[in-house]
Ligand binder design. Structure first.
Ligand code: ZN
Length: 506
C-alpha cells in the first residue's frame, strides 16, 4: 500500500482505538544450541554449526540445554512471571525450508513461565503496565538468503540459500496480553516495551541483546476497534521488526493503513505482514494460522522440565536490580537533570559511567567526557564508546585535569594517545610531554620576552587598557605550545606589566 493510502494519524485515532499485542523473541547466549551440542555462534561459516539433531536427520535425538532452562527461568522471574512446576515441549508442525526438522520444538499449553507484568514509562512520564501472558522456550529456525532480487526479498529472487547454523539456537518467546488504552501512545508503547525487554535480558546477561543481529526480534500485533464499539477488530501481525525505531514506525503505519482501509469499507485480513525497513511500510505475508493448524503435540523425545522450587528460589536470588529502578537510583545519585541523564541512557553509557564514577571521577566530569569527546571519537571510528577506552582510563584522565596537570585541550590530546594504545593517561602525558607548564619561572620568562618584543602593547596595558594583554597571552600560550593555564598566564602578564618593567627583566 502506498503511503498516500494511509489515513492521517490523528484522524485515525479519532475514529478508532488501537489494540496492541507483542511477541518478542529473545535469542539466548548459551554456548551451545537448545537440544544439541552445536555451537551457538553468530557469523560462523554457513552450515558449519550443524549435526544430525538440529538438521532433523535420522537418529538425531534432542537433549535439553540446562543453561537455556536456567536463563529462561531467570528471564521469567525478571518479568514477574510464575515459574511452572512442570513444563513441556511440544512440536509445532509446519513446512518451511529454514526448518530442517519440519517442526519447531516449542512449548504450547505448558510454558515454563506465565502471568507476568512489566511496567514501562513513556517520555511523557505516563506509566503503562503490560501484562505478560507467557514466556516459553523454543528453538530458532535457520536463515534464508534470497539472491538475485530486490532488497533481499523472496519476491523476484533467482534463488535462495539456506544456512542452518541458527537452526536450534535457544529462544524465549515473550507474549503479552492484549494491550488496551494505548491511544495515541501506541507506537511509543511498542518501542518502549521492546526497549525494556532488551534492557532486562542485557542486565540478566542471558542474551547479547543486539537487535541488529536479530538477538531480540519483535512481532507487533495491531487491530483497530471503532470508537463506541466493544467488538475487537481483526489484527495483523507484523513480523521480525528488528530495531526500536522500526517497532514504533510499524505500529504507526498499521494504525494508519488499517484506518484508511476500514473507513473505505474494506476489511482487514488476519495475516502476518512483512516490515520493510527501506520504505517504512508493511506488506501482506501469509494468512495467520490458528494454533490448531500447527497440530501441536507433546514432544515424545523430551521429558517434561520440572525445576525444583529450591532451584527457582536460588535463581531468583541471582536477579539483578531491575533496570528501571537502577536508572532512577543512578540519576538521583549523580544529580543529573532529565536531559543529562537521557543523554547517557540513549548513548548506552550507563555501565561505563557507573564504573568511571566508582573509579573516583565526579559525575558531571564523567558525563562530559563520555558523551562528548569519547563519543565524538567513537562516532568517527564507527565503534561504540566503551570499546575505545576503559572507565579507569577516563577516570584517570579526569583526575589529571582536576589536579591541574592537564587543561581540557591537553586532555583531548592525551585521550587520543590512550586510544592509540600509547598507555595510561599518565604514561601518555610523560611520553608526549603534554603536562601543563605550572612552573611560574618558565611562564615569567616567556611573558617578559613577549612584553619586550611588543612595547606598544606593554604601554597600552600600563595605560589601563587591560584587554590589550590578549596579544601577549596569545604569544605566551603559543610559546608554551598550549601547555599553560591561560588564566594563570593572564594573571602573570598583568603583574609583570605593572610591577616589573619588561626592559629590566631582560
Ligand atoms: Zn546440532
Amino acid at each position: 500500500m502506498a503511503k498516500a493510502e494511509l489515513m492521517d494519524y490523528d484522524k485515525a485515532l479519532e475514529l478508532f482505538e488501537p489494540v496492541l499485542g507483542f511477541e518478542v523473541h529473545v535469542e539466548l547466549n548459551t554456548k551451545t544450541k537448545m537440544f544439541c551440542g552445536c555451537a551457538n555462534e553468530f557469523g560462523s561459516g554457513a552450515n558449519t554449526n550443524t549435526c544430525p539433531t538440529c538438521l532433523g536427520l535420522p537418529g538425531g535425538l534432542p537433549q535439553v540445554n540446562r543453561q537455556a532452562i536456567e536463563s529462561s527461568i531467570r528471564l521469567g522471574l525478571a518479568l514477574g512471571c510464575e515459574i511452572a512446576e512442570t513444563s513441556r515441549f511440544a512440536r509445532k508442525n509446519y513446512f518451511y525450508p529454514d526448518t530442517a526438522k519440519n517442526f519447531q520444538t516449542s512449548q504450547y499449553d505448558e510454558p515454563i513461565a506465565f502471568d507476568g507484568q512489566l511496567t514501562i514509562e513513556l517520555e511523557s512520564g505516563r506509566q503503562v503496565t503490560v501484562d505478560i501472558e507467557r514466556a516459553h522456550m523454543e528453538d530458532d529456525a535457520g536463515k534464508l538468503t534470497h539472491l538475485g532480487g530486490a532488497a533481499g526479498r523472496i519476491q523476484g529472487a533467482d534463488y535462495s540459500l539456506v544456512d542452518y547454523n541458527r537452526g536450534g539456537v535457544p529462544l524465549v518467546e515473550i507474549v503479552t496480553q492484549m494491550i488496551e488504552g494505548a491511544e495515541a501512545d501506541a507506537p511509543e508503547i511498542g518501542k518502549t516495551y521492546v526497549a525494556a525487554i532488551r534492557e532486562i535480558v542485557k542486565a540478566l546477561g542471558v542474551s547479547n541483546a543486539r537487535m541488529e543481529e536479530g538477538n531480540v526480534r519483535c512481532d507487533a500485533n495491531v487491530s483497530l476497534r471503532p470508537r463506541g464499539s466493544n467488538i475487537l477488530g481483526t489484527r495483523t501481525e507484523t513480523k521480525n521488526v528488528n530495531s526500536l525505531r522500526s517497532v514504533e514506525k510499524a505500529v504507526r503505519y498499521e494504525i494508519q493503513r488499517q484506518a484508511a482501509l476500514l473507513t473505505a469499507g474494506g476489511t482487514i485480513t488476519q495475516e502476518t505482514r512483512h516490515w520493510h525497513e527501506d520504505t517504512g511500510t508493511t506488506s501482506a505475508g501469509r494468512p495467520k494460522s490458528d494454533a490448531d493448524d500447527y497440530r501441536y503435540f507433546p514432544e515424545p523425545d523430551l521429558v517434561p522440565v520440572a525445576p525444583s522450587r529450591a532451584w527457582v528460589e536460588e535463581l531468583r536470588a541471582t536477579l539483578p536490580e531491575p533496570p528501571a529502578a537502577r536508572r532512577k537510583r543512578l540519576q538521583a545519585d549523580w544529580g543529573f537533570v532529565n536531559l543529562e541523564f537521557q543523554d547517557v541512557v540513549n548513548s548506552d553509557l550507563l555501565d561505563v559511567m557507573e564504573a568511571t564514577i566508582a573509579a573516583g571521577a565526579p559525575a558531571q566530569a564523567a558525563r562530559k567526557w563520555w558523551t562528548g569527546e569519547v563519543a565524538r571519537l567513537a562516532n568517527a571510528a564507527g565503534v561504540s564508546a566503551d570499546t575505545l577506552v576503559t572507565p579507569a582510563q577516563v577516570a584517570a584522565l579526569i583526575e589529571l585535569i582536576t589536579d591541574g596537570t592537564l587543561t581540557d585541550r591537553l586532555a583531548r590530546q592525551v585521550l587520543e594517545g590512550v586510544i592509540a594504545g600509547e598507555g595510561t593517561p599518565s604514561e601518555v602525558v610523560a611520553s608526549r610531554g603534554l603536562a601543563v607548564v605550572s612552573d611560574d619561572g618558565a611562564l615569567i620568562a616567556a611573558i617578559d620576552e613577549a612584553l619586550a618584543s611588543q612595547p606598544d602593547v606593554l604601554a597600552k596595558i600600563r595605560d589601563g587598557k587591560v584587554q590589550a594583554a590578549g596579544a601577549v597571552i596569545g604569544a605566551v600560550m603559543k610559546a608554551m605550545r598550549g601547555q599553560a593555564d591561560a588564566a594563570r598566564v593572564r594573571e602573570l602578564v598583568l603583574e609583570r606589566a605593572g610591577s616589573a618593567p619588561a626592559e629590566s627583566a631582560q
